[in-house]
Design a protein around this ligand. Structure first.
Ligand code: PMP
Length: 361
């Protein structure tokens, strides 16, 4: 969790406008969600590209999780996909959702090189190349969770080649748009690249982080197809699935996102806010790295500054993580993932000293 510097005053303005709108009488939204919100989310994803927008549809979902669940349920129950590939490691819920939908084969493609602490592209491509026909591949659009390591533009091209050759169905998880580079357009460059290469795809968009609306459950499943003729059929299938899971999505959070994304001045203000958040995280990465180098902490730490987004995969092992938790009250995941948002100029010295202690003890 983190605090947006400008968010509070921006949201007070928007929320009071929403609440004073007498048309907000807690009625149900349409099953597929608020039309204005859906348009805004699609527009944000494609940066206003009319050709892509014309071939896209969207369903408002309960956060990124709901969007993933909806898309994966469609692929399993309607198109009878049996195999899903997720990165190793990945956000644990990817696997949980696929299990709950009874996908017979949940496979992992290598992603992280533990020794070199970077993307393991060769093994990733090798694993994807070995995929059976009709597989779904889940890709993190940016700010990969948990490693914080994203492919470069050139590496994305190579991934796209393999995914195309294997005719995999592409499902992007886009939970951190803006949090990687600070630029909401740059952060979906991979998604746009795949779109321009002619892929059909699903994209799970979450507005939990980039709008700081965690509890409001605001997300969207955006789908891109070859021919716009397909859109009504997809919309109808998604409506049936939504009806049986959550029936109608919540209104309040999506009204905030919609108010921002459908107003150029507010959108610009929001983009600046996201940029400042991403910049703060990057500054904390640099500080932590500098402190560890100054302390001469054994090992290499440059991965901390090469990674992006909220998380850093530090390379600390489960014993070191336990030690940090129990001895120093620094809380991190057992796989060594830390949340960079929790690091501040006031605690970075303490964090670096404790990491040093855990490594040398
Ligand atoms: N995908 C990834 C990779 C995430 O890290 C998260 C949130 N931790 C989500 C999806 C889900 O986001 P939401 O809270 O919007 O459901």
């Amino acid at each position: 969790m983190f605090v947006f510097p400008n968010k509070v005053c921006m949201y007070v303005k928007i929320e009071s406008a929403i609440l004073s709108n007498t048309s907000l009488l807690h009625e149900y939204l349409p099953i597929a969600g608020s039309p204005k919100f859906r348009e805004g989310a699609i527009n944000l994803l494609w940066g206003g590209d009319k050709e892509l927008i014309a071939r896209s549809g969207g369903v408002q979902a309960l956060g990124g999780t709901g969007a993933l669940r909806l898309g994966l349920e469609f692929l399993r129950s309607r198109l009878h996909y049996e195999t899903v590939y997720v990165s190793k490691p990945t956000w644990a819920n990817h696997i949980g959702i696929c299990k709950s939908l009874l996908y017979p084969n949940i496979k992992e493609y290598k992603y992280w090189d533990d020794k070199l602490r970077c993307l393991d592209l060769d093994n990733m491509l090798q694993d994807l190349n070995a995929a059976p026909d009709r597989s779904v591949v889940l890709l993190h659009a940016c700010a990969h969770n948990p490693t914080g390591m994203d492919p470069t533009a050139e590496q994305w091209h190579r991934i796209a080649e393999v995914v195309k050759a294997k005719k995999m169905f592409v499902f992007f998880d886009c939970a951190y748009q803006g949090f990687s580079s600070g630029d909401v357009d740059l952060d979906v460059a991979a998604v746009r690249l795949f779109a321009k290469l002619g892929f059909e795809m699903f994209v799970a968009q979450s507005f939990s982080k980039n709008f700081g609306l965690y509890s409001e459950r605001v997300g969207q499943l955006t789908y891109l197809v070859q021919s716009a003729d397909m859109l009504p059929r997809l919309a109808s299938n998604f409506s049936t699935i939504v009806r049986q899971i959550w029936s109608n999505p919540p209104a309040h959070g999506s009204a905030i996102v919609s108010a921002v994304l459908n107003d150029q001045v507010l959108t610009n203000e929001w983009k600046e806010t996201v940029k400042s958040m991403a910049g703060r995280i990057q500054a904390m990465r640099r500080l932590l790295f500098d402190r560890l180098v100054a302390l001469k902490t054994p090992g290499t730490w440059d991965h901390i500054v090469k990674q992006n987004g909220m998380f850093s995969f530090t390379g600390l092992d489960a014993n070191q993580a336990d030690y940090l938790i129990n001895t120093h009250h620094i809380y991190l995941m057992k796989d060594g993932r830390i949340n960079m948002c929790a690091i501040t100029t006031r605690n970075v010295d303490y964090v670096a000293e404790c990491i040093h202690d855990a490594v040398v003890k």
